[in-house]
Design a protein around this ligand. Structure first.
Ligand code: LLP
Length: 386
């Protein structure tokens, strides 16, 4: 297990840092491509929000995927990494005028629109640029996902999307506009979903809505079902590549795609989570009353998921082979929530040991902050450290 890290090459690097196994990333991308090749109308967009490290973006771009962006900054990051504009979808509940203008200037493939006021602004800005913007409507399918409350997005109470009752009206408004072209429907029910039943529930909902639209003779060229496929945080090495075969087959079987339609996916976590590890060093081992703490130089500023979502990440001491002991693994930030895990077994920890926090490639580096005036962690790829 420890062989998967080039520990000797870590010695001279300043910790904490993110380490990315690019062989695993490439293998993951190959698997996705191999699976979607079975379905000629399937297209995958990488959700840049999961990780915008330029080294990873360029590997993902080489695979031929498109991208899903949620801000002007992400559009710029994607363009700088060489993604073609006509493979960019732009989502987000609050797009600023400059961001819409940027998307129009680049001629992105589609705006995923979340409200009528937003649609009006896109129509107006597109008119000012003398362009026609492709739009898809993000419909809130009111489908719950079995995941953490903070990362479920498809319920009626969420801020995301347009309600199903309003769908017809919004489409009618768009059809009456000169500078937008209605091309699709967009959905996303949440993230870290491992129960295919949740995706089946979404397929059923999409099938219902499609039937309704067809009855009105409204044809929709593009269906976008968002992302959400989860990864195995407990066993990062057991199934490092998620079961994409099952995931895509579920959609192929359950969603009644019309022959003229393209089905789009926006995958983030399942593409990059397992290739990334946060590597830190132990600063101190401190004895508490009934426990001992391993105090790391990495904290919640480097990886906020445990503090924000009580997320589990597997933690390993990659320096030591000594018998395991239980530790609370904590960071140096002045917040009591700066805890990575409590009472985890680690091979006996000593000052200076390298600690690996696994499955951190998605929503890790990109969510890092400068709180406490800390430096942002760097990201190194296995290619660079050979
Ligand atoms: N499409 C839309 C519209 C989304 O909102 C998201 C994620 C995705 C695609 C990509 O979903 P994925 O394939 O990565 O599940 N920071 C949280 C996750 C937030 C997800 C937000 N939306 C975390 O660390 O768990």
């Amino acid at each position: 297990m420890k062989d998967i890290f080039p520990v000797a090459r870590f010695q001279n690097l300043r910790t904490p840092f993110y380490y990315y196994d690019t062989a695993l990333l490439r293998e993951t991308l190959r698997t996705i491509n191999q699976e979607i090749a079975k379905y000629p109308n399937f297209l995958v967009h990488y959700a840049v929000k999961a990780n915008a490290n330029p080294k990873l973006l360029s590997i993902i771009r080489e695979s031929g995927m498109g991208v899903d962006c949620v801000s002007g900054g992400e559009i710029r990051a994607a363009i700088h990494s060489g993604f073609p504009a006509d493979k960019i979808v732009f989502a987000g509940v609050g797009k600023a005028d400059w961001e819409i203008n940027l998307g129009l200037e680049y001629g992105i493939f589609c705006f995923n629109v979340e409200s009528i006021p937003e649609l009006e602004v896109i129509d107006q800005l597109a008119a000012e640029q003398g362009k026609i913007a492709n739009v898809a409507f993000r419909i809130n399918p009111d489908v719950g996902a079995h995941t953490h409350a903070n990362i479920t997005t498809g319920l009626a109470e969420n801020k995301f999307g347009i309600s199903m009752q309003d769908m017809d009206q919004v489409i009618d408004v768009a059809l009456g506009m000169k500078n937008v072209k209605f091309i699709g429907l967009h959905f996303h029910i949440g993230s870290q979903i491992l129960d295919m039943g949740d995706f089946i529930a979404l397929c059923n909902r999409v099938n219902e809505l499609q039937d309704k639209l067809e009855a009105r003779h409204i044809l929709v060229e593009h269906i976008n079902v968002g992302g959400g496929l989860g990864v195995d945080y407990a066993h990062p090495d057991r199934q490092a590549i998620p079961d994409f075969a099952d995931y895509f087959a579920t959609y192929a079987k359950q969603l009644k795609l019309r022959p003229y339609q393209t089905l789009h996916f926006e995958l983030g976590r399942s593409v990059v989570a397992q290739c990334g590890t946060l590597v830190s060093r132990v600063l101190y081992v401190k004895r508490g009353v009934n426990k001992q703490f391993a105090i790391l130089d990495a904290g919640m500023t480097d990886l906020i998921r445990p503090a924000l979502y009580q997320a589990y990440h597997k933690i390993e001491n990659i320096t030591s082979d000594e018998p395991a002991e239980a530790y609370d693994v904590v960071g140096p930030i002045c917040e009591s929530s700066d805890v990575f895990a409590k009472a985890v077994d680690l091979n006996k920890v000593r000052r200076g040991d390298f600690i690996a926090i696994r499955s951190a490639g998605a929503y890790g580096e990109i969510m890092a902050s400068g709180y406490n005036c800390r430096e942002l962690p760097k990201g190194y790829t296995s290619d660079e450290l050979i």
